[in-house]
Design a protein around this ligand. Structure first.
Ligand code: CA
Length: 225
């Protein structure tokens, strides 16, 4: 699937030049020529990357970036600027930009930065495990179901991650104790069942579709009933 890029740049010549070059590389490109329109498009559209000029009419690029990040939008952003000051660069990166390019720049360098950011974003997306509406992000260590954040202890998180990585596989109590606790429990203890039940309360209790399944005499598995 072609990746979609938003270019927010008020200098029409530069904007068109970037658009043409990116389209030749098979990216889908939308343009915005001022900060307000750029912000609106970034909030309503689905983009894999945003190229954001800093000096823009209506609302400058730093402000657009700040609003996007404050709304939890993590779309990678490359800042473009005519200013080459360390202060701007540091401020831009502090505001949550992912990269920074000073004008004038060679298109080849721009393209290399675009590719590298898209690759990085893909790698981060790969660190998210999903089943039904349950999402576990192994990088940020956040878990949510149906868009609601779920607070897990370290052990509960490790247990859920193990179950999600092995969805559909029946995991014995011995498998779980080895992988999640790194020890063999005496088979008479119920440590694992206690943790499974806690996890169930948090990720399944309030939802109609239960994901943690007990396989009698064998162990547990994660999957839709
Ligand atoms: Ca400008």
């Amino acid at each position: 699937m072609n990746q979609r890029i938003l270019v927010v740049e008020d200098e029409v010549k530069i904007a068109n030049f970037l658009k043409r070059g990116l389209m030749e590389e098979s990216y889908l490109v939308d343009l915005a020529h001022d900060g307000n329109l750029g912000l609106e498009k970034a909030l309503t559209g689905s983009y894999d990357l945003i190229v954001l000029d800093i000096g823009l009419p209506e609302r400058d690029g730093m402000d657009v970036c700040q609003v996007l990040r404050s709304k939890g939008r993590l779309t990678p952003i490359i800042f473009l600027t005519a200013r080459d000051s360390v202060h701007d660069k540091v401020l831009g990166l502090d505001l949550g930009a992912d990269d920074y390019l000073t004008k004038p720049f060679a298109f080849e360098e721009f393209l290399a930065r675009v590719r590298s950011l898209l690759r990085k974003a893909q790698q981060q997306a790969d660190m998210r495990l999903r089943i039904a509406d349950l999402v576990l992000d192994s990088k940020t260590r956040k878990v949510e179901r149906g868009g609601l954040a779920i607070d897990l202890s370290t052990k509960e998180f490790a247990l859920l991650q193990y179950l999600m990585e092995n969805r559909g596989v029946v995991l014995s109590r011995m498998d779980i104790s080895e992988k999640v606790w790194d020890i063999h429990f005496d088979t008479t203890t119920n440590v694992i069942d206690v943790h499974i039940n806690r996890l169930r309360k948090k990720i399944d209790h309030d939802f109609p579709v239960k994901l943690i399944q007990t396989v009698r005499g064998a162990g547990y598995t994660l999957g839709e009933e």
